[in-house]
Write a protein that binds this ligand. Structure first.
Ligand code: HEM
Length: 434
């Protein structure tokens, strides 16, 4: 269980995630206990155990987050809930992110990719993760609000970035600290969102974006609607869930492609063929094209496996639960370890090798869960994959890049990303050929 109170938190966040979990699994098997951030945890490293907690016995395990995170995001955000309220909001989020809705977003995501790449500093070093964060935030805003007036968008961005900086800081109410600033920024965000809600209500606008879906929900039996608090918390929650996750994976993709020139060539060949068929990029990428990128899609899947940016998820046992003769006591955390499963050679041979062709065959059931599983599985997974495919298309057809500085190393923010956000030098392909 490690040291009193801090347990093994330092080891978890200072070692490479593969090392910490794999060493524990090697020593104790697929189920072991530890103490992380003062919480007693049972870690579960097999697909069956993950399914037990997340799917078949999900009612015995509730989602659990530190109170400080709940205060920053908002207590009504769906991922803190279980039961009717959760299912209701989840359906609304899912419908706003359905394949039909995403199809219509393709040209807009594409414009966002192009304009964010246009702003990449070409000569000085680019912090890849920061640039990807900018892009994924824009896509998040698009999915939530559709098109927003630029001044409102700027206000949202400014305050959200203060909130973001406080998210991983020490929770304290001392003025001037990142956490306190984040709480204040959250209040301002809430005000901006309420202003947008008010405008939509006044103009009686019915949109298909997330805000539109949340606003138009009405209980047919009793006329109940979602309160402005519930809408605001869920909007901030989705913006939060969408940004760093997708940006971390995109940063890893840039690295994996850089590290494997042959693979990069294959992806480039696929994307250049599409680019040519679009009249050398004069016509935009279509939804059908994004669904037919076979080589690139496998790179996305393998990046999700290899990086496993959500190494585990947290639940809390609501009763004493027995699993395969082990007791998970009431109040203990249960943590399905996605990363261990994704890096287990029984399911993914030679797991440390980046090998997209392994996805030519579908993974065994419950062994590939980059987006979780069960009632809380990620409703944004199709949007995230679409965003990555569009980003890769424009990256490899227009840019070349080299990674500068340490070629390996990892840091947490809180998701694992290449060290220092992957500093890289990008240049336009036209510059290298002219
Ligand atoms: C590569 C990018 C992403 C990854 C790896 C990812 C991963 C995950 C995982 C593993 C969960 C489940 C957590 C748990 O069971 O505790 C989750 C939940 C969630 N994700 Fe994602 N996600 C990504 C992108 C997105 C995007 C783009 C959106 C929205 C636009 C989104 C919205 C959500 C929401 C709202 C939940 C909570 C669902 C619920 O509690 O019912 N995610 N995500």
């Amino acid at each position: 269980m490690g040291w009193p109170y801090i347990g093994e938190t330092l080891q978890l966040y200072s070692q490479h995630p593969n090392v910490f979990f794999a060493a524990k699994q090697k020593r104790y098997g697929e189920i072991f206990k530890t103490n992380i951030l003062g919480c007693r945890c049972v870690m579960l490293a097999s697909p069956e155990a993950a399914r037990f907690v997340l799917v078949t016995h999900a009612h015995l395990f509730k989602p659990t987050y530190p109170t400080s995170k709940e205060r920053l995001i908002g207590p009504s955000a769906l991922f803190f809930h279980q039961g009717h309220y959760h299912m209701r909001v989840r359906k609304l989020v899912q419908s706003s992110l359905s394949l039909d809705s995403l199809r219509e977003l393709v040209p807009h995501i594409q414009n966002l990719a192009l304009s964010s790449m246009d702003s990449w500093p070409l000569n000085p070093l680019t912090n890849t993760f920061n640039e990807m964060k900018r892009f994924s935030f824009e896509v998040g805003i698009l999915a939530v609000f559709g098109h927003l007036e630029p001044p409102l968008k700027e206000e949202l961005k400014k305050n959200y970035s203060i909130l973001d900086r406080g998210y991983n800081s020490f929770p304290t109410s001392i003025p001037g600290t990142p956490f306190k600033n984040a709480l204040l920024a959250r209040k301002r965000l809430d005000k901006i969102i309420r202003q947008i809600i008010c405008e939509r209500k006044e103009k009686k606008l019915v949109e298909k974006d997330l805000l539109g879906c949340l606003l138009s929900w009405k209980n047919e039996n009793n006329g109940e609607i979602l309160s402005d608090d519930e809408i605001s918390d869920n909007i901030i929650g989705v913006l939060f869930a969408a940004q760093d996750t997708t940006a971390s994976v995109m940063t890893w993709i840039v690295k994996y492609l850089h590290d494997d020139p042959k693979l990069l060539e294959a992806v480039m060949a696929e994307q250049k063929a599409i680019h040519r068929s679009n009249d050398d990029g004069k016509r935009p990428l279509t939804w059908n094209q994004t669904r037919s990128m076979q080589v690139t899609y496998k790179v996305v899947l393998e990046s999700l496996r290899m990086a496993s940016i959500i190494s585990f998820s947290f639940r809390e046992a609501v009763a004493d639960v027995e699993y395969k003769g082990f007791l998970i006591p009431k109040g203990w955390k249960a943590m399905p370890l996605f990363r261990n499963i994704h890096h287990n050679p029984d399911f993914f041979p030679d797991p440390q090798k980046f090998n997209p062709s392994r996805f030519e065959v579908a993974p065994k059931p419950n062994t590939f869960m980059p987006f979780g599983s069960g009632v809380h599985a990620c409703p944004g997974n199709e949007l995230a994959k679409l965003e990555m495919l569009i980003m890769i298309h424009h990256l490899v057809t227009k840019f070349r890049w080299e990674v500068v500085g340490p070629q390996c190393g990892i840091q947490y923010g809180p998701f694992p990303v290449p060290v220092n956000g992957l500093p890289a030098r990008f240049w336009r392909e036209s510059q290298s050929t002219s």
